[in-house]
Design a binder for this molecule. Structure first.
Ligand code: SAH
Length: 406
């Protein structure tokens, strides 16, 4: 029998609701609580079953549907810097194993619940860390977490990006980006699979670069390398052009068209060609709504050998699901309409509330309406640096299908 060395205010779990948590599910919903102390949002608590037995330890937000997020299921584990140092070491061990760090220095270092660090996201940009806290508990524990990151990773700088909209669900403010440690002179040049990318951790979207597409970018190269001279690729929702840079690096004669509604992202895309010694001049950078652009190309009868559609999340929550489904279907139908027969479609969804099945269904219906057969070639989710717990498949968000139009 272990001694209970530490304890926190007690939250009692309703009968029958403790099982999942005892078996590794990291959330207790507000409906699963029978008794809770008066506590500030983000306070550490101990979860007890109906018999008063310890089940888990975590942080509590009385104003949130996910009322408790679990940090530990061992009652002797204190939530201190040692706890966070252990978790960060564990996280970097996985990345060392899963990523070839000799040619990649940009990756997700901490993926919240997936790394047993609920509320925290950390992206690693060549020694600069970009940290997000999404929860009240995350905000309260941030000083301890930052200390642990400094000790274990010894970063050149830490930027805090508490500007994600999900913070509102926890009743938190949206804050401007803030340099909280070290030195950072604006932009960084990072390396992914040997290619360079300009990243602005203070002003870029999310934390500056979408590391969740790394493995899909490599896969794209396979489909580009043997295409005939001057084949064409439409990169819709291109952001800073990463897919196009990979494609062009694999096939120098490939002509890419990059479409995004963000002018700064497109300017950065041009520079991402340049920093890889690829001439941006023959490529197109189009500031437009991708839906309207695809429509205009379809009307003009212009088609491409490869079309990529990687939009932002269409569904922010379950109630937008139907709307999102329709948007994916419309997007795929438009993408198919500007794709040559035999061409490759890369369609992506980062809406957590749309399942892989539903996303495949949207593609199926799009194919039917576009009057073509669609072969699904390869299906992807997150890369290994975005681990998701088996107990929380609901935390999975990314789905990417590589398809071929017939
Ligand atoms: N594929 C990119 C990430 C895309 S992120 C990568 O691997 O880096 C989604 C992008 O869609 C953002 O750059 C955003 O500016 C853009 N966007 C959002 N809505 C848009 C719209 N309606 N039309 C065109 N671009 C849009």
């Amino acid at each position: 029998v272990r001694e209970v060395s530490v304890s926190y205010p007690k939250v009692s779990i309703r009968k029958g609701r403790e099982w999942q948590i005892a078996h590794g599910h990291p959330w207790l919903f507000s409906g699963g609580i029978s008794q809770a102390p008066k506590a500030d949002p983000g306070s550490l608590v101990d979860l007890l079953d109906v018999d008063g037995k310890f089940v888990a330890r975590g942080y509590y937000n009385p104003n949130c549907d996910i009322a408790v997020r679990v940090l530990a299921t061992d009652c002797t584990v204190e939530i201190d810097t040692t706890f966070f140092e252990r978790a960060v070491k564990n996280a970097i061990t996985l990345r060392d194993q899963a990523i070839d760090r000799t040619n990649t220095n940009v990756f997700r270092l901490v993926n919240a619940e997936g790394d047993l660090l609920p509320g925290f996201i950390v992206d690693y940009y060549d020694g600069v860390l970009v940290v997000q806290s999404h929860t009240a508990g995350g905000d309260k524990l941030l000083p301890l977490f930052l200390e642990a990151l400094k000790t274990v990773i010894k970063p050149k700088a830490i930027v805090l990006r508490n500007d994600a909209n999900v913070r509102r669900r926890e009743g938190l403010e949206i804050e401007p980006a803030l340099l909280v440690h070290g030195d950072l002179q604006g932009e960084l040049l990072v390396k992914e699979n040997g290619l360079d990318f300009v990243v602005d951790p203070l002003q870029g979207q999310k934390t500056g670069f979408f590391t969740d597409q790394r493995d899909k970018r490599v896969t794209l190269q396979k489909y580009c390398s043997n295409l005939p001279t001057e084949s064409t690729l439409a990169n819709c929702f291109s952001y800073t052009g990463s897919f196009s840079v990979y494609a062009n690096a694999a096939n120098r004669t490939l002509l890419t068209t990059n479409v995004d509604e963000s002018e700064p992202a497109l300017n950065q895309a041009r520079r991402n060609f340049a920093v890889n010694n690829l001439d941006a001049q023959p490529h197109e950078f189009i500031h437009a709504d991708a839906f309207a652009w695809m429509e205009s190309q379809a009307s003009a009868g212009r088609t491409f050998d490869i079309v990529i559609v990687d939009p932002p999340a269409f569904a922010k929550s379950h109630k937008d699901k139907q709307k999102a489904f329709k948007a994916y279907k419309r997007m795929d139908k438009l993408a198919l309409s500007i794709l040559k027969p035999g061409g490759i479609l890369v369609t992506c969804s980062c809406s957590g509330s749309v399942s892989l099945n539903e996303f495949e269904e949207a593609l199926k219906e799009a194919g039917q309406e576009a009057n073509c057969s669609v072969q699904v070639l390869e299906t992807f989710r997150h890369g290994a640096d975005h681990p998701v717990l088996a107990m929380t498949p609901e935390s999975t968000y990314l789905k990417v299908l590589f398809c071929r139009k017939m």
